[in-house]
Structure formats: C-alpha cells, structure tokens
Ligand binder design. Structure first.
Ligand SMILES: CC(C)(COP(=O)(O)OP(=O)(O)OC[C@H]1O[C@@H](n2cnc3c(N)ncnc32)[C@H](O)[C@@H]1OP(=O)(O)O)[C@@H](O)C(=O)NCCC(=O)NCCS
Length: 199
C-alpha cells in the first residue's frame, strides 16, 4: 500500500494529517509512530485482517463472532468500505494493521453517529494509538455535521470502559443485552463533541 502523500499540520493537536486523494476526502492521519488510514475497497483485506484479530482477542467486545466474520465475503467487505454512511479506519505500523474502529449510523439515534468495532493490538495498548484512532473517527463525525457521538461497551470490559470515560464519554443510563449472548450487558455511552475537550 502506498502511503506517501501530501501532509499538513492538523490543528489543535500534534497529529499530522495526510490525504491520499486530491479531493477533500480525509483518508490518512499520520504521527511519528503510525498511520491512520481509511482503506480503499481494494485494500479490504487489511480491514478483514485486523477485524479477525479483534474477534479472536476480545470476543466479548463485539456482536459478531470470529467464525461469522471468517465467512464474510470479499463483496461484503467492499460494500462496507464503500458505504458513504460509515467510515472504517485502520492504524498501520509499517505494513501491519494494529488497530481499527469505524464510525457509522445507529438506527435508534438518527441524530448521532456511533463508534463501532474499536480494537487495539495488545502490544500498542497504553500508547496514543487508541486515543488517536477515536479522534480520527470523531473528526469524521464532525465532518458529517453531527455533534452527538455514542457507543456501546460491554460492562465486563473495565479497561475499555475506563478508556471511553477518559475520552469524555458518559453513560446515558440505557443498556441492552448482547444479542448472541444475553448474559452480556452492553452499556450505552455518549459525548457531545461541541463540549468535549478530549476529542
Ligand atoms: C479498548 C481499547 C481500544 C483501549 O485502548 P488502550 O490503549 O488499552 O487504552 P488506554 O491504555 O489509553 O486506556 C485504558 C484505560 O484503562 C485503564 N485500565 C487498564 N486496565 C484496567 C482494568 N483492568 N480495569 C480498569 N481500568 C483499566 C488504564 O489505566 C487507562 O485509564 P487511564 O488512561 O485513565 O489511566 C483496548 O484496550 C482494546 O482494544 N481492548 C480490547 C477490545 C475492546 O475492549 N474494545 C472495546 C469495544 S467497545
């Protein structure tokens, strides 16, 4: 994957931003240690690789299982990446995907955008990787003209809960069962990006 591109400083942070395309498509963010990319449809295997890693590492975090994801077709991956209502991000360390997250719509919250599929390789946890990734997704949310940014997190994952709280997400009081395992409770968190100093 060719990642050389024009760069410019990104306001209000030390993150650098690159765009591979000449349009205003915000596609690549760059820091000294990593690149945050939005894979093209032809780069779907990068998204698949890190998604499968996430499902093996932390099955309780997601609504899909590893075996279900293994059966997801190339056509479906391409459709997901091309969907203009969502944005899939992957963090690259060299040629390896090390973290991923998506922004998208939520049927019960039409005026918000939602964080989905958040994952960081254990070797990169406790670094700036995951925070920078959520900032990239939140920038996409703002680009949609939306301020409300929400997510669901399994209450059995205290590290993830602490992470989201540090970034300014607060519980709304709503929760729901994980459909494929109703013993697991997903708690809803939300932040307003107009009032959030972290994102
Ligand atoms: C969730 C995730 C992306 C966060 O990235 P990270 O690099 O681990 O996050 P950080 O290290 O920046 O922050 C984690 C916070 O949890 C705290 N923490 C670590 N272990 C903890 C534990 N066992 N219990 C409670 N808090 C814990 C850390 O101290 C830190 O809080 P602080 O910044 O206030 O000190 C990453 O842990 C991950 O991929 N986890 C597996 C998948 C997952 O749970 N995804 C969430 C889906 S909703």
């Amino acid at each position: 994957m060719t990642l050389c591109a024009r760069t410019r400083n990104f306001s209000n942070s030390n993150i650098r931003y690159s765009s591979l395309h000449s349009s205003d498509d915000v596609r690549v963010w760059k820091t000294r240690q990593m690149l945050i990319v939005r894979p093209s449809v032809d780069e779907w295997e990068i998204a698949r690789e890190i998604r499968l890693a996430s499902l093996l590492n932390t099955p309780l975090a997601y609504g899909t299982t590893h075996s279900q994801a293994l059966r997801t077709s190339e056509a479906e991956w391409r459709r997901r990446i091309a969907d203009p209502r969502s944005a899939l991000f992957v963090v690259m360390a060299g040629d390896s995907p090390i973290a991923t997250a998506s922004g998208g719509e939520h049927e019960l919250h039409p005026h918000a955008r939602w964080l989905y599929g958040m994952y960081c390789d254990p070797r990169y946890r406790g670094s700036e990787v995951a925070t920078s990734l959520v900032r990239a997704v939140s920038s996409w949310v703002r680009s949609q003209g939306v301020s409300d940014f929400g997510l669901h997190v399994n209450e059995a994952l205290p590290r993830a809960v602490s992470f989201y709280r540090r970034l300014g997400f607060l519980p709304t009081g709503a929760s729901e069962a994980l459909r494929r395992d109703p013993t697991q409770r997903l708690v809803e968190y939300m932040t307003n990006l107009d009032e959030n100093d972290e994102l």
